[in-house]
Design a protein. Structure first.
Length: 529
């Protein structure tokens, strides 16, 4: 019995009332997937269309299609094209999208409808697409030798490695400087939470069941977001809880891999709404929780889009209402602007759109060109899905705002595997510098570029000087970063968290060095003052 038959039998066996009674992400997952499919314009099937036209129509109907030259031919053939075909209802080259999934994961993946039960394209048309892509793809990306000499050693920051336990491995998932609590909270994949105010002091707080995605204190209340499975999954096991006087209350459960949480009063009633970025996997969404009169929360879905990883609250059109700037890192990849219309209603537009292979990971909202509107600094370098390769288009981009929230790329700096960027004035000279960590760095040839400090030399021309730590990659694989003046000397420091899980090819010697070091955090002390 094939996957399509199993899928139809499972769906037919579920009564309609169960769909609408499903809690949290389970119910909304289905509703929004259906909505997404309805909005996605499936192209017609021109019988004589060329492979290029078919590729543009089918692969660009729901997201910005990549170019065949965006990936090497081997990656297209072995990884990306079989998955693309499965997303169109075709199984080619013995590819099984459900291989390796347990029963529960298979069930939720089938519910997602990521793989149509019937082909939406003929095999002849698919072969035309595949031939077009493979005939135009590059054999391999050229080696950029200029990267070997471009960096200077960092002198402005002193590095202080920190071990929080005696375990030989590190799996940091979260760092947050909590001004209310006066400390830095650090969370782990295995659920541990620590308070780490500085490199010399740390205290274990508690242990949760799942990966920590957010942890903060507000008065006598502790809020915690647990991601559920950290690996790509359709199973909704995430949850948001609050703890008051040692009593834990589940605010929302059955969440679909929530990775980012924001508390903000969006309707001006004096109470914070809660925004949850449900990264998900094949599906996901931006969810808003609004406190009701009975002490519970109404769930208001705002954006049906997988891969949501960052939310910034900011009034973008000067109407005195907080808007949302949201980064989606897969699928229809790019930056979305949700303009606040009042009463928790938003209009949505995608202001930056990137091909789905770019792997956007983080954004900062800051006035880079000093024209009094907010620009977007974007780091892209996620390399953990179907298309692993050292990609020349990974790095940091600056998109300037023309004053009407229309953004245009003005600057690009290539960094393999760029994961996060912090945009702050680190040298206190009045312009914005950038500190980038690259989780998917080229550890064989440019290991020092797992941490890159780009010092701003000239705002109008976007001229930056690159600095790196020669030993940056010896003690950890830097996934998470946070900015805080932890030593309270008037300049900004940086805290990096190591997660040595390897979702991409990594040399055995490098992995063994990370395990042996067991470093969890790297405090970068700004020595300017």
């Amino acid at each position: 019995m094939g996957p399509a038959v199993i899928e139809r039998e499972i769906i037919d066996s579920i009564e309609p009332r169960i769909w609408f009674a499903a809690k949290g992400a389970v119910g909304w997952l289905v509703l929004f997937m259906v909505a997404s499919l309805m909005q996605c314009q499936i192209p017609q099937k021109p019988e004589t269309a060329s492979g290029a036209i078919l590729f543009s129509q089918y692969c660009g109907s729901c997201h910005l299609a990549p170019q065949p030259t965006d990936l090497p031919v081997s990656v297209w053939k072995k990884r990306v094209l079989p998955e693309m075909a499965a997303r169109m209802g075709l199984l080619i080259d013995h590819y099984n999208p459900y291989a390796g999934l347990n029963m529960e994961e298979t069930f939720y993946t089938q519910i997602s409808m990521a793989y149509p039960p019937k082909p939406i394209i003929s095999r002849t048309e698919w072969d035309s697409i595949a031939n077009y892509v493979l005939s135009h793809a590059v054999d391999t990306f050229l080696f950029d030798s200029s990267r070997l000499q471009r960096n200077k050693p960092i002198n402005q920051f002193a590095a202080h490695p920190v071990k929080l336990d005696d375990l030989p491995e590190s799996f940091v998932s979260y760092i947050h400087h909590d001004e209310h609590a006066g400390t830095n909270f650090v969370g782990f994949v295995r659920g541990q939470v620590y308070a780490v105010p500085d490199p010399e002091h740390h205290d274990f707080i508690e242990k949760r069941y799942y990966t920590i995605a957010d942890y903060r204190q507000r008065g006598d209340t502790t809020w915690c977001t647990e991601m559920g499975p950290i690996l790509p999954s359709e199973i909704p096991k995430g949850r948001l809880t609050k703890t008051v006087d040692s009593t834990l209350v589940v605010v929302a459960d059955s969440l679909h891999r929530p990775v980012y949480t924001v508390f903000s009063d969006l309707d001006g009633d004096g109470k914070d709404e809660i925004l949850l970025a449900e990264f998900g996997n094949k599906t996901g969404e931006l969810l808003l929780l609004h406190a009701d009169q009975d002490g519970g929360y109404l769930h208001l879905p705002l954006l049906a889009q997988p891969g949501i990883i960052r939310i910034i609250v900011q009034d973008m059109n000067q109407d005195l209402k907080p808007d949302l700037v949201v980064l989606a890192s897969q699928g229809n990849e790019g930056v979305y602007l949700l303009l606040n219309q009042g009463n928790l209603k938003f209009t949505t537009q995608q202001v930056i759109r990137l091909p789905s292979v770019y792997g956007s990971s983080w954004i900062e909202l800051v006035d880079m060109d000093h024209d009094k509107d907010l620009d977007i600094v974007l780091a892209n370098g996620d390399n953990a899905d179907y298309s692993y390769a050292l990609k020349p288009y990974h790095g940091v981009r600056i998109f300037t705002n023309n004053g009407n929230n229309e953004f245009e790329q003005q600057w690009f700096y290539p960094i393999y595997g760029a994961t996060r960027v912090i945009a702050r004035d680190f040298d206190l000279d009045g312009d914005v510098d950038l500190l980038v960590n690259a989780y998917f760095a080229n550890y064989d040839q440019f290991p020092e570029e797992s941490i890159v400090y780009l010092q701003n030399d000239s705002d109008p021309e976007f001229m930056f000087s690159p600095f790196t730590f020669p030993d940056a990659a010896k003690s950890g694989r830097w996934l998470i970063s946070e900015c805080a003046d932890y030593d309270q000397d008037g300049d900004l420091d940086v805290i990096l968290g190591s997660n040595i899980w390897s979702p991409a090819p990594t040399g055995r010697d490098v992995l063994n060095a990370w395990r042996k070091a067991g470093i969890d955090l790297l405090f970068l002390e700004n020595k300017l003052r």
